[in-house]
Design a protein around this ligand. Structure first.
Ligand code: GBH
Length: 461
């Protein structure tokens, strides 16, 4: 942590909210207990070749059986809020119909445990675990899935709204749509660009339908939002081809979500690009009003930023199908264990830009963090100076953005503890707390102690 970073971090207000985040499939395990049904991730993990080492979330961090101890661990970090997700296939094993009460009971107990520990619960309703039966019926490219999501959201809301004030509908719809239905690098592993665009619209519609119904049913004030993953997309050079590549990356990565949510319309340039490819968003009259109803907070997940080029290695600007080429050009910065470049100033730029171009919506960093090749010492302690430096640089980047006018209200470190890193399995560790997967022993790393002390310092005690 440099002196500059320390001074920036110290400038954060005492009421800034500090948290740690996780998601259900990545930590819970207990994949077939208390009536949980299969999700697209159970299926994807069982498809040979999809996940590193053939690993899956059957056991994960066994959080389902260790929840009270894990909440005590969260409390010991001194954070004031915990962001977790609810597993749809625990609440509705087949994605429709009445609630599986045993599934809801788990989150009910967790919320009580958190409140007893003086930690605020922040619920994410969907972190990628679509019930398999809904995928069998077409998944997110099907309009019906949006209505199914809103029904599910209400089952959770009705059970927990007396104690939970803060709600996120979807985590990173870009990942669900683009990695799940176009690139195939995440569940359900499909590869069709048109399907992915249908998924974008139905994810957004699902968000809007759920938000509408939750708002109408709320008996107390709630904070409602959605979380997007974004970075700053810049052009590698001044050339028109590179600027166009950056425009497209920003359009498909950020504006295709931000604009309908916060301005009530899809970005015109991206719709033009799509129509050249014969693709049209499956919008029905009234959808955009549903999608753009007011939200209280925009969640931002930030990991890295990219420079884009519109020219490939062979100097071509179009691929075999006549579609424009996009590639990334490294900054030449150090990378994390994911090979993602460390670009904290891209974080500041993103936050300042969001507050300028989409004014009036408070921002919360719902995820930021890094995987590194942690090596525990003989006592099990991990002196993760690289992760600590990453967190320090990025929290300072948030503070710098605030000084430049960005309305950022809080920060969640990803993640509370090492967990199932999707297609990468258990080898990639993002935790502030180390998990020994043989014994399930949790050991706070250097970064966890630094985070705890940093929160204390900002609060002035
Ligand atoms: C989040 O997604 C997820 O919400 C969380 O579950 C996950 O464990 C965590 O991040 C860590 O992966 O090309 O250099 O930018 C992250 C979304 C989208 C971030 C793709 C990185 C590409 C890498 N990711 N993006 S880089």
């Amino acid at each position: 942590e440099s002196a500059d970073e320390a001074a920036l971090i110290a400038s954060l207000p005492t009421d800034f909210r500090w948290g740690v985040a996780t998601s259900a499939y990545q930590i819970e395990g207990a994949h077939d207990e208390d009536g949980r049904g299969p999700s697209i991730w159970d299926t994807y993990c069982r498809t040979p070749g999809m996940v590193e080492g053939g690993e899956n979330g059957d056991v994960a961090c066994d959080h389902y059986h260790r929840m009270p101890a894990d909440i005590a661990l969260i409390k010991s970090l001194g954070v004031d809020v915990y962001r977790f997700s609810v597993a749809w296939p625990r609440v509705q094993p087949g994605g429709r119909g009445p609630a599986n009460e045993a599934g809801l009971d788990f989150y009910d107990r967790m919320v009580d445990e958190l409140l007893r520990s003086n930690v605020d619960p922040w619920v994410t309703l969907y972190h990628w675990d679509l019930p398999q039966e809904l995928e069998d019926a077409g998944g997110w490219p099907e309009r019906d899935t949006a209505y199914r999501f809103a029904d599910y959201a209400m089952l959770v809301f009705d059970r927990l709204q007396d104690r939970v004030r803060t709600w996120t509908t979807l985590n990173e719809p870009w990942c669900s749509a683009m990695l799940g239905y176009y690139e195939g690098r995440q569940a359900p592993g499909r590869q069709d660009f048109g399907d992915a665009m249908d998924a974008v619209h139905h994810l957004l519609l699902g968000h809007g339908l759920a938000a509408q119904r939750m708002r109408a049913a709320a008996t107390e004030p709630i904070q409602l939002g959605i979380t997007l993953n974004m970075g700053t997309a810049t052009a590698a050079t001044e050339s028109l081809a590179d600027q166009e590549a950056a425009r497209r990356a920003d359009g498909l990565g950020a504006r295709i979500y931000l604009d309908p949510l916060l301005r009530g319309q899809y970005p015109g340039d991206i719709m033009d690009d799509l129509s050249v490819r014969g693709i049209k968003m499956p919008v029905i009259d009234g959808d955009l009003a549903i999608i753009s109803q007011p939200i209280d907070v925009l969640g931002v997940n930030y990991y890295s930023s990219h420079r884009f080029s519109g020219v490939d290695a062979d100097g071509r600007t179009e691929d075999a199908d006549g579609n424009p080429v996009s590639s990334t050009v490294p900054f030449g910065r150090p990378v994390t264990a994911m090979d993602w470049e460390i670009v904290p100033e891209g974080f500041t730029q993103l936050l300042v830009r969001l507050s300028k171009e989409y004014p009036g919506i408070p921002l919360v960093i719902t995820e930021n963090g890094a995987a590194f090749d942690d090596l525990p010492d003989p006592s099990g302690f991990v002196a993760d100076h690289d992760r600590t430096a990453y967190l320090s640089a990025h929290i300072a980047a948030v503070a710098a953005a605030r000084q430049q006018g960005a309305d950022v209200r809080g920060y969640f470190a990803w993640s509370l503890m090492d967990n199932f890193e999707w297609s990468y399995g258990y080898a990639k560790r993002f935790g502030l707390v180390h998990v020994d997967y043989d014994t399930q022993v949790r050991t706070p790393k250097q970064s966890a102690l630094w985070y705890r002390d940093t929160i204390r310092r900002v609060r002035g005690y």
